[in-house]
Ligand binder design. Sequence first.
Ligand SMILES: NC(=O)c1ccc[n+]([C@@H]2O[C@H](COP(=O)([O-])OP(=O)(O)OC[C@H]3O[C@@H](n4cnc5c(N)ncnc54)[C@H](OP(=O)(O)O)[C@@H]3O)[C@@H](O)[C@H]2O)c1
Length: 434
Amino acid sequence: MTELRVGVAGLGTVGGGLVKLLATQRSVIEERCGLSVLVTAVSAKDRSRERGFDLGAAVWHDDAVSLAKDENVDVVCELIGGIGGVALEVCEAAIHESKHVVTANKAMMAVHGARLATLSEDKGVGIHYEAAVAGGIPIIKAIREGLSGNSVSGVVGILNGTCNYILTNMHDAALAGESRDFETVLEEAQKLGYAEADPSMDIDGVDAAHKLAILTSVAFGSVIDFDSIHVEGIRHISAVDIEYAIELGYRVKLLAIARKGMEGIQQRVHPCMVAERATIAHVDGVNNAIVVQSDFAGTTIYEGPGAGESATASAVASDLVDIARQHRTPTFSVPTTQLEKRSSAPMEQISGPYYIRLMLVDKPGVIADIAACLRDQNVSVESMIQRSRNPGDAVPVVLTTHEAQEISLQRALHSIDALQSVLETPRMIRIEEI
Ligand SMILES: NC(=O)c1ccc[n+]([C@@H]2O[C@H](COP(=O)([O-])OP(=O)(O)OC[C@H]3O[C@@H](n4cnc5c(N)ncnc54)[C@H](OP(=O)(O)O)[C@@H]3O)[C@@H](O)[C@H]2O)c1
C-alpha cells in the first residue's frame, strides 16, 4: 500500500480543518508515515455550500453511510457529531466493512464507545478518538501510551472552553473592579463565537462529562460509565461568588474530576474553587488543561487549545498517522474484554472543604443558628466574611469549612435553608485541592 485513502464525513469546523491540514501537511505526513494520506471521498449535508477549500478529486456522497462503504476508502473520519443518528450509523457501517474509524465525537463515544470498541476489536480494526477530548491536547495518547507504566489515581481537567472563557471573563472583570454577571458574559461569548446559540450542553456541564467519561475509561481501564457522573454546570455562579473567591485566594473553575478510591470510581463535573497558586487556576480563556496523578510519573499537566478548527484537525490527523503507521493500541488502554466494571463512588461520600454563601437578615442570634446547623452535622468553620451593613438590612455572609463529608454538608445546608433568617437558598461551591 502506498496511500491511505480517507473518507471524510462532515465538512464543518473539524472536517474542513482536516481537509485543509491534509493538503497543507501532505509531504510532512508522507515522510512521517511512509504513505500518502489522501482524501478520496467526502460527505456533508449541503452539497451546494461554498466551503472555501478545495475538495480535489474526492468523490461526493450525499449519504454518509454510503461513504463508509465506498471501496476507495480505507479509513472513515466521522466528523458529523451527535450521540447517535447518522454519526453512529457511519461508524457502525465502516467497522462492519472492516475499516478503521477516526472520530471527534465525544457524545457518541461517551454513550456508545464501549460497544463500538468491541465491534471494532472483533473486526480487527481500530476506533480512534484523540480529537474527542480536549481538542489539540494529545491527552488520550499521553495517558494510554505515555503513562502506560503507571497506575493513575486521579484525573482533573478543565474540559470545556466555553465555561472557562466565561469564568475567566467574570474573574478578570472582578479584578478590574467591575461586576459582570454570568448572563452578560454568556451573551458576549455567543457574539464572539465562543458559545453556541444553545449553550446548554456546555454551560450545564454535559460536554465536559462526555469527555470525562472517556478519560476515566482510558485512565482506569474501566468500562465507560457516563450515567453515573455527577454533573453540575456554571449557571448559578454569580459575580459576587467570583469576588469572594478572589478575596479568599481562589479561582472558580468548572472541573471534571475522576478519582479511584476504595469505594470505587468517583466521577464528577461541577464548579470548584481552586487555590490561586495551583497551575490549573491560571489556565484561562478557551484553553483546556488536564492534571493526571500517577504513581511513577507523579503529577503531570497538559494544557492547550481544547477546540477549534486547526487544533482539532491536528488530533484527527495524528490518529490517521497512527493508522498509516499500523500503530495499534487498545481503544481504552486495555482490550475491551479486560475493561473492569468498577462501582461508582456516590457523591455523598466525597469530602473536602466548602465555600458557603448566605444571605441573612441581620438580627441577633442569626450566626449562632447557622453555627448550630453546621455543628450538628460535624462541619467546622474555617473562616467567615461578613460585610458591613445597615441595621435590619439583608447581609451576605460567606463561610469556608474545614474538610467535611458531602452528606453532612448537604444536611447542614438543608437545615440552614429552613431558618427564617435565611433569605435565599444557600450557595455552595466545593473547594478542590489539586
Ligand atoms: N468544533 C470543534 O472545535 C470541535 C472540537 C472537538 C470535537 N468536536 C466534535 O467534532 C464533531 C464535528 O463538529 P464540528 O464543530 O465540525 O461540527 P459542524 O461545524 O457543525 O459540522 C458538522 C458537519 O456535519 C455535516 N452533516 C450534518 N448532518 C449530516 C448528514 N446527515 N450527513 C452528512 N454530513 C452531515 C454538516 O454538513 P453541512 O456543512 O452541509 O451543514 C457539517 O459539514 C462533533 O462530534 C464535535 O463534538 C468539535
